[in-house]
Design a protein around this ligand. Structure first.
Ligand SMILES: NC(=O)c1ccc[n+]([C@@H]2O[C@H](COP(=O)([O-])OP(=O)(O)OC[C@H]3O[C@@H](n4cnc5c(N)ncnc54)[C@H](O)[C@@H]3O)[C@@H](O)[C@H]2O)c1
Length: 467
C-alpha cells in the first residue's frame, strides 16, 4: 500500500483524488492535501468526506509539516505551473517520489533546479503526459515503430484550440507567462512531448515566431466590446459577448473558484481582451531533432474547431492523422478532450503503393481515453509497456525545453540551442525506431512511380487497441 499526498487541489487534482479514493483504494492511500486556498481545501474535505473520513488539509506554508507528519511515499503536484519546481524539489529533498502534472516547470532556471535535485536525491519524478496514452496517439507510435513509413524525416504538426477551450487560457492564471510559461510551455509541452516520444529523439535547435493577434483590444473593438469590464462577472457588455463566462452557471466552476475568491482574490473569469495578458495566441516553431528530423509546428488558440493534424514524411511513405476533439472548458463538467469520430482519421501513403486508411484505436473518457490508461499504469505499477510511455524528469525537461527555447527565440529573434539552456540531461529511454538504413523492396507499379496517386479505396488495417 503506497501513501500519497496531493498539493494543489483545483480542477485537475480531482482526477487523482478520484483514482486514489475509488479505483485504486486497494493499492493506494491518500494521507493529506495541501493548497494555498483554504476554501478549496475545505471543499475537497467536504466532497470526499464519505470516501476519506478525517482527511487533513494543510496550507502552502505547512507543506513541510505535512510531509513530516505523514511521511508519504509520493507527492502528487497539481498546483499552477510556476509552483511545480518548488514542491517537486522540496518533496525530493524530503525523500519522497513525485508525480507532477505537466508542464514540469516553466523556465530553464527552475528546470535546472529539478534536474540537479533529482540527480542528487536519486528519487523518481514522473511527469503525467496523458496524451501519450490516448489510444489513437499510441497507435501513431505503433505505426512508426512498425516501420510502415520508414525513418521519419520531417513532420508538420498543427494544433487548434477553439474559441471555447482556447479562450479559457486567456481568462485564468495561464494568461501570464510568469505563471504558465505561455502556451508554448503550458499547452505545447504535450505536443512537443508527443513528437519527442513519437520520434524517440530529443530536440537540438528551436526557432519561433509568435504574437497575440486575437485576444486584444483591437479584436474587442471589432466585436463592439470596448466597454468590457475587468472580468465577466457583472460585466456590462456580457449580453453581446460570445466569450462571456457565467461562473455561477457551472456548478463545479462556481464551487471551485467563484465561492473561493474571498480566500486569495483569484478571479477565474478575467476579460480575454485585457491588456494584462502577456502570452501569445498564435505561434510557429521550427525544431531540428538530434535524429535529423525537422518539425514544423503551429499552435493557434482562436480557431473554429478543436483538435490537430499531424503529418510524418518518412523514407518509405507518409502518415497522416487528423483528430477532432470535443470542445470544453476546464472544470466545466463535460468530458475533457474526448475524440470525435467524425473527422478523425489515420491515413498511410506508402511510396509507390496504394494508400489506405487505418481504423483508429479508441478509448473511453477524458483526453482521448488517455487518463484512464495512464492512471492504471501509475497506481497498479505496471511496468511492461512496449511503448515506454512513462515519462521521467528527463523527458519532462525535453518537452518544456522546446517551449522555453521557443519563448527565448520569440524574444530575441534568434535560433536557440536546447543544450545551451539546461545541462546535465541524459538521453531518455525511448523505444527503438527505424533508422533509415533498412533496405526497401522494389515495387513495379508504373502508375505509382509517377506520383499523383489518388486514394483508390479504403483498406482497413485492423490492429487491436492496447490494454
Ligand atoms: N494533463 C492534463 O491534461 C491537464 C489538464 C488540466 C490541468 N493540468 C495541469 O494541472 C495543474 C493544475 O491545473 P488546474 O486546472 O487544476 O488549475 P487550478 O487553478 O484549478 O488549480 C490549481 C491549484 O493550485 C493552487 N495553488 C496555486 N499556487 C499554490 C501554491 N503556491 N501552493 C499551493 N497551492 C497552490 C490553487 O489554489 C489551486 O487550487 C497545472 O499544472 C496544469 O497544467 C493538466
Amino acid at each position: 500500500m503506497k501513501k500519497y499526498v496531493v498539493v494543489g487541489v483545483g480542477g485537475r487534482s480531482r482526477m487523482f483524488l478520484d483514482a486514489l479514493l475509488e479505483r485504486f483504494v486497494d493499492s493506494s492511500k491518500l494521507a493529506a492535501i495541501c493548497d494555498k486556498n483554504q476554501g478549496r481545501i475545505e471543499l475537497v474535505i467536504k466532497e470526499y468526506a464519505s470516501k476519506c473520513p478525517g482527511l487533513v488539509g494543510y496550507s502552502d506554508e505547512q507543506f513541510d509539516k505535512m510531509l513530516k507528519e505523514h511521511n508519504p511515499d509520493t507527492v502528487i503536484v497539481c498546483t499552477k505551473d510556476s509552483e511545480h519546481d518548488n514542491y517537486i524539489c522540496r518533496s525530493l529533498e524530503a525523500g519522497c517520489d513525485v508525480i507532477t502534472e505537466k508542464p514540469m516547470t516553466t523556465d530553464e532556471v527552475k528546470c535546472q533546479r529539478i534536474v540537479d535535485t533529482a540527480k542528487k536525491t536519486g528519487k523518481n519524478v514522473r511527469v503525467t503526459f496523458n496524451y501519450r496514452y490516448a489510444p489513437s496517439r499510441t497507435q501513431i507510435k505503433d505505426l512508426l515503430m512498425s516501420g510502415v513509413i520508414g525513418k521519419v524525416l520531417s513532420i508538420d504538426f498543427q494544433w487548434c484550440l477553439d474559441t471555447n477551450h482556447g479562450t479559457d487560457y486567456f481568462r485564468r492564471w495561464h494568461r501570464n507567462k510568469v505563471n504558465s510559461g505561455g502556451l508554448m510551455v503550458h499547452k505545447a509541452t504535450h505536443h512537443f512531448d508527443l513528437v519527442n516520444w513519437w520520434l524517440s529523439s530529443t530536440p537540438s535547435t528551436v526557432f519561433a515566431e509568435g504574437d497575440r493577434v486575437f485576444y486584444n483590444s483591437r479584436q474587442a473593438k471589432c466585436y463592439g466590446l470596448e466597454e468590457h469590464a475587468e472580468r465577466c462577472h457583472n460585466c456590462q457588455v456580457s449580453d453581446k459577448c460570445n466569450f462571456y463566462l457565467d461562473m455561477s452557471a457551472h456548478e463545479s466552476i462556481k464551487n471551485l473558484y467563484l465561492d473561493c475568491e474571498e480566500y486569495d482574490g483569484y478571479l477565474r473569469d478575467k476579460c480575454v481582451f485585457s491588456d494584462e495578458i502577456d502570452i501569445e495566441d498564435t505561434m510557429n516553431v521550427i525544431v531540428r531533432y538530434k535524429s535529423g528530423t525537422i518539425l514544423s509546428y503551429s499552435l493557434n488558440a482562436f480557431t473554429s474547431w478543436e483538435g490537430y493534424r499531424v503529418v510524418f514524411n518518412g523514407t518509405k511513405g507518409r502518415l497522416e492523422q487528423e483528430c477532432h476533439e470535443s470542445s470544453y472548458i476546464n472544470s466545466g463538467g463535460k468530458v475533457e478532450g474526448a475524440f470525435e469520430a467524425e473527422g478523425s482519421t489515420i491515413k498511410v501513403y506508402p511510396h509507390f503503393k496504394t494508400p489506405y486508411e487505418v481504423e483508429m484505436w479508441t478509448g473511453e473518457g477524458s483526453h482521448g481515453g488517455g487518463d484512464v490508461i495512464m492512471l492504471k499504469e501509475i497506481f497498479d505499477n505496471q511496468q511492461d509497456d512496449k511503448y515506454l510511455r512513462a515519462a521521467d524528469y528527463v523527458q519532462g525537461a525535453y518537452s518544456i525545453l522546446v517551449g522555453i527555447a521557443a519563448n527565448k527565440s520569440m524574444a530575441t529573434g534568434k535560433k536557440i540551442r536546447v543544450d545551451d539552456i539546461v545541462s546535465g540531461l541524459s538521453e531518455p529511454k525511448f523505444p527503438a525506431m527505424p533508422d533509415g538504413t533498412e533496405s526497401i523492396e522494389y515495387v513495379k507499379d508504373a502508375t505509382r512511380s509517377c506520383g499523383g496517386v489518388l486514394m483508390e479505396a479504403n483498406i482497413p488495417l485492423k490492429i487491436d487497441a492496447p490494454e
